[in-house]
Design a protein around this ligand. Structure first.
Ligand SMILES: Cc1cc2nc3c(=O)[nH]c(=O)nc-3n(C[C@H](O)[C@H](O)[C@H](O)COP(=O)(O)O)c2cc1C
Length: 315
């Protein structure tokens, strides 16, 4: 039985957020507020198979995880079934608990490869990619994360295609591709997805996603829509305690921010330190002296510099 089916409903999972929920931040989240499941950032399946050694190494670094993150799902994007089959086998070898296929990303460079949200426009190809993942995965559960449509709400035609496969779970980001993230998520569509699932393929789990602010909001939305699970994304910014519902003191928060920074430097030395700056904006907020500390952190070039700034702020 897959881990998905052993979770108590409604379950609450961490969304994949590229350059945010990287291996360093996930390790911090697992320690201070563990969700029921975690996803890696999306990783280019084509790159993993076809890129030269150096590029492949970087992509593999995005797939590193620690045991405390389990259950952990690897997310990939591709439009090529033969590539999907190979990376599904790789994910199994790497010990992942599940494999997710991205069918919702609006990024132009990804859509140019006919992957991400572009697959909503090509359901036959989408199904071939899913079948290939099932073939390669050696029994690992396969899930898809997608949107409710491309230019408009097409749930009634798009979702049945997905429900016609052996997917264990489907996450719906309740917006169309065209809407990007610019309008409030359409949670009524998530309720409709649950009804479609009940009729067409009751075994498939449905997760709702979009604008969920915390677990209380997640519980309310789960009750209203009948979904099996809720995925939370941006609410994790600056708040690795999100899934534990504890509120840290300022010193605790800043100490964990330093821990996060050190892990980033240790685990992801090939990534730009600038990635940490958006975390600082979120961590350092809403307490006396935050604006000044934030301004100093924006200039900090390394974990040791960040640690020194936090030390002098707290002492
Ligand atoms: C910075 C950022 C990076 C994202 N990266 C991914 C990704 O790698 N894979 C994916 O499926 N969705 C990605 N998304 C979409 C989120 O997973 C999620 O669907 C969206 O943010 C809505 O949920 P939220 O309102 O809880 O954040 C990303 C979103 C943001 C803001």
């Amino acid at each position: 039985m897959s881990f998905w089916n052993s979770l108590t409903k409604p379950f609450f999972v961490l969304a994949p957020l590229a350059d945010v929920t990287d291996p360093a931040f996930r390790r911090v989240i697992a320690k201070y507020g563990k969700p029921d499941a975690m996803f890696t950032e999306f990783v280019s399946a084509d790159g993993l198979v076809l890129a030269p050694e150096e590029g492949r190494k970087k992509l593999l670094a995005d797939l590193q995880y620690s045991e405390i993150e389990r259950p952990i799902v690897a997310q990939f994007f591709t439009s090529r079934p033969e590539i999907m089959e190979r990376v599904a086998a790789l994910a199994m070898e790497l010990g992942f608990d599940g494999i997710d296929i991205n069918m919702g990303c609006p990024d132009k460079s990804i859509e140019k490869q006919k992957a991400g949200a572009a697959l909503i426009k090509d359901p036959e190809r989408a199904k071939e990619v899913i079948k290939a993942a099932v073939r390669g995965a050696g029994g690992l559960p396969i899930s898809v994360k997608t949107r409710i449509g491309y230019n408009k709400d097409e749930l009634d035609s798009w979702l049945p295609h997905l429900l016609d496969t052996d997917l264990t779970a489907i996450t719906l980001h309740a917006r169309t591709r065209k809407e990007m993230s610019s309008v409030p998520a359409h949670w009524d569509a998530v309720g409709r997805a649950v009804l479609l699932r009940d009729t067409l393929n009751p075994k498939t789990l449905i997760l709702g996603n979009g604008d969920v602010s915390g677990l209380e909001d997640a519980r309310t939305k789960a009750k209203q829509t009948g979904v099996d699970g809720i995925m939370l994304g941006r609410a994790i910014f600056g708040n690795p305690w999100l899934f534990s519902e504890t509120i840290p003191s300022v010193p605790e928060k800043l100490t964990v921010m330093v821990e996060h920074t050190k892990l980033f430097e240790e685990l992801l030395p090939h990534k730009s330190f600038a990635i940490m700056k958006k975390h600082y904006k979120a961590y350092v907020n809403g307490f006396p002296g935050a604006a000044e500390l934030r301004a100093e952190l924006m200039e900090a070039p390394s974990a040791s510099a960040v640690e020194a700034l936090v030390h002098s702020f707290l002492h």
